[in-house]
Design a protein around this ligand. Sequence first.
Ligand SMILES: [Zn+2]
Length: 575
Amino acid sequence: MKLSVTFLILIFVQIHIFAQYNPQYEDNKTPTYYEVINAYKYLADNYKQAQLFVEGKTDIGKPLHLFVLSLDGDFNPATIKKKNKRIVLINNGIHPGESCGIDASLQFATDILSGKLKAKKYLQNTVICIIPVYNVGGALNRGHSRMNQLGPIEHGFRGNGKNLDLNRDFIKCDSENTKSFERIFQKWSPDIFIDTHTSNGADYQYKITLIATQSDKLNPILAKYMDDTLVPYLYKSMKKSNYEMIPYVQTLGRTPDEGIFAFYDSPRYASGYTSLFNTIGFITETHMLKPYKDRVLSTYHFIVNLTGFVNKNYVEIGKIRQKAFKNTVNQSQFTVKWTLDKTKDSTILFKGYEAKYKTSEITGMQRLYYDRSKPYEKQIKYYHHYKAVKTIKKPAYYIIPQAWKRVIERLELNNVQIEQLDRDTVLSVTAYYVDDFSTRNLYENHYLHYDIKTHVKTENIQFYKGDYLVKPNQPTNYYIIATLEPDADDSFFAWNFFDAVLQHKEWISDYIFEETALKILKEHPEIKEKLEKSKEKDVNLAKSHYYQLFFIYQHSEYFEKSYRRYPVYRKELKK
Ligand SMILES: [Zn+2]
């Protein structure tokens, strides 16, 4: 009996040793997807303050996991919110080759649960949610694809199971990963969001850089808190932790010497998406040429410092966010397009390496290199303000005909409250007509539109029972407007959800239309005048019999009314 108990204890200890997290980053390695999930399973199985949830699918067929740390063992976001606790969501491995956050989060969770970090200091008033690996397909596809990066020896790939860059997918939502993420995000509505990355680009002394979500587009009350209190604290505390940070180095010229500017995280990106919902988003970008251990530990200290701050200042952050939501519900205008404001420059102390040029042995041409034996400290220009380019007054409601289901699915996924018409009806609404637009080459499974020019008309439009009404009087207002206004940077229109309306459906036969066209020109001298003017400017039109007849058709009453009419309508607020 005695023997068998010892034997059982031995086996138990063995299992523990086997399952416990064994950091690999000291050896320039990162765990595999399976090792990560097993390590979190071990923590969830052994500590009542931790649980590992399966939260939907990913494109590769494996589930998306969410690991939650909650001091009192409450894992229900609704009751957690009632207790006035803050929620921090950490997303790792959106680009699995940039794996430092995967290791850092696992180390953080292990340290909290094992007592190495004082749990109360981080979890007393805060619940921490960790997505262990977001891009599961990319993490499983291990190799050496990040050749610009100093380790880890083997790492995941940027594209997911569908070869999508998930950090462009937050509005178009092409992947199962994104849909699962948005369900998690909407269910937990985190106060603070962290997305962990590794940078590319210039060489400099810092091991970690930071993108704080572009504060001009954040609710002003949140922006003020982020800019004046939270971000300064993060820089100060990271310096204290021996991982001094600098804003993400996005250079204006070839090197940082010519100045840097703040990353503009439009809603296609993780933190751009989260800021639509009054969540302050941070992106950590560790430097690709620093030892892997330093990249993991700098991310680790960022998580430690930020969660510690949130836990300490939970009351204030909660109040501010609540106010921000109140503002959002009542806000009448939303900016949907921004441009870098170069009139507001400031300087920043930058610790870089001298950039030099030498002759390439391969091409014989000049090549850039950074001389690490020549570190410098100097002031460089830093542009971090964006000015509004397009601001939209919200309507009383939007009407979306039920044909556009994919849009409705995304609105529902994002917690937008939607009503439906209970009968067929004709309504006088504002309709956008698309006059012009440019289209980008193939980009993330789409042909993104930009420079969208529209004009509006008030029209009576027939709607049908079941068509959708979306009132921008809710906490999700910014998401509604940023996706439904066609000229917004990352609108559903820009992402090709409505391309069908850009093509007309009927054509003319010129030999049949000739007599009718003649009649039209007699009755409508203004069309004739327009045609003559256009012929002067457009050689192809002037040379083509068919194009000229089509021009007349296009300007006549026979031409389809819905051509280039954007099918999301605005019912304006009563003045
Ligand atoms: Zn990245």
